[in-house]
Structure formats: C-alpha cells, structure tokens
Ligand binder design. Sequence first.
Ligand code: GUN
Length: 287
Amino acid sequence: MAAKIIDGKKIAELTRADIAARAAQLEAQSGVKPGLAVIIVGDNPASQVYVCNKKKACEQAGMYSVVIEMAGDTTQEALMEQIETLKADDKIHGILVQLPLPAHLDEDAVIAAIPPEKDVDAFHPVNTGKIMIGDYDFLPCTPAGVMKLLEHEGIEIAGKECVVVGRSNIVGKPQAMLLLHANGTVTVCHSKTKNLSDVTRRADILVVAIGKANFITGDMIKPGAVVIDVGMNRLENKKLCGDVEFASCSEVAGAITPVPGGVGPMTITMLLENTLTAAKKAIGKNL
Ligand code: GUN
C-alpha cells in the first residue's frame, strides 16, 4: 500500500499563519515588530535562494527583515564588525549568517560572535548546550520542523525506535536530542556505521539528513515506518531530490515526506518562530 504523503507545505502554511497572528498581537500590544537580519557572504546560488525565501517568509508573517549582502572576499574583521552593528540594533531581534561561508572565513568564530539571545539558528555553543539539556530558548530550525510535522500528523514518539541517519551539528545531532526528549529510543547512524540497513530497518521513525541523493531505498525501511527526508540534492538534470528514494520507499513506508514540499518549508517556519521568541524576550528584558 502506498504511504501517506506528509504535506510539509500545507503544515508550514498553517503554522506560519499562527506565527503571523502572534507577531501581530505582539506588535499591537508593544509596538515592537519582530526583526530578522540575514547576512550572506559571496554569491553561492543555493544560499541566495534560501536567503530570498527567508526574507519573503518574514515579510509575509508581518516581520521586519533585512538582508546584508557582503562580497565573497569580505574579511573576518568586516564580518565581525557587521555582526557588532546588528548586535546593537534594537530593531533586529534575530541575526542569521547564512552558511556555508567562503573557506577563508572562520565559521565557528562567526557563530560565537552572534549573541545567544539573537541566535535564531540556535548554533551558538550556549544554545546548542541548552538543546542538549532540553532547555530551549531557540529551537534548532530543521529538527524542530521535523518534530512539528510528526506532531501535526499525530505520530507518537514515546517508546518508538527512532533512527537518525546523519550526525551533523545542524540536523543529525540536535534531531537525536529532540527525539530523545520526546522519549523515543534513538540511534544515530553515520558514514562509519556497519550494516546500516539492519539499523534503518528497525526504525519506526526514520529521519535522514546526509546530503546523498536517493541513498535510502525501499529495502532499507520497515513496512509502515514514518520516513522523514531532510535531504535537498540537485541532480544533473537540475531536478531536486531528497536522500530517500521516494518511489521505492513510498511503497513500503506508512508515511513519508516528499522533496520538495516536505521538511524544507518547515525549516523557515521555525526560523520565524525563533524570531518571534527573540523579540518577546527582548521586550521582556527591556521593560
Ligand atoms: N545553510 C543551510 N542551512 C542553514 C541554516 O539552517 N542556517 C544557516 N545559517 N545557514 C544554513
């Protein structure tokens, strides 16, 4: 039987409408419009699309948004100065530096320079540490988007075998934490995992975030499993595809996210949620 397709686009729309309503309420009560600044360095075409989508989403949610474009040969000092300026700007509640940065820049130092209370990506060591102990100021955007999809679909996590394929700092590791905090039994797999398909076939909930097109095939999943595809790969023919081979997996899974239209729209939605949270916290502190 074919799997249920989890419509991330629709769920993102519903969630964004709710965020927009709460942003409008905040502005009516306090006069403060949540504001996000996105810095992009260089001209990576994929990054340009992501940044443009972030700006559009902010504006649609009634938030203030600025995009700061810096040349590909920007120095570390110039980037740090720009972050300092945004740090001091009361209209800006969230600062996001689009990754990856050009190779000559020190990504860790840049992330550490963003004040934790404006770190809407939740990449700063203070925020990643908080995620570890389940005390969230900011939600890690992509993993939180995955949790929202599961919640919206009424998928129980407690006691379930959850397998995360991929151990990146941005997705795999925080995803494992969020599933663990929801009482899942969590296994993290990576490039050195032995007998990967034996592990993936145990999963009631499988989250894949490795950046390898069509890597997970139907024979690697348990019948009826929930399969969440975080991958976003561009094939030679320019078509987008995930890390999960949709045709074979959707024959075996109970529910599955498509690419595009699955996890992707949820990531930006969670960024809006974090920007709203940052604005609320700033007001609380200033009052
Ligand atoms: N590049 C790809 N995904 C992300 C993200 O979630 N945040 C930032 N800052 N850069 C990214």
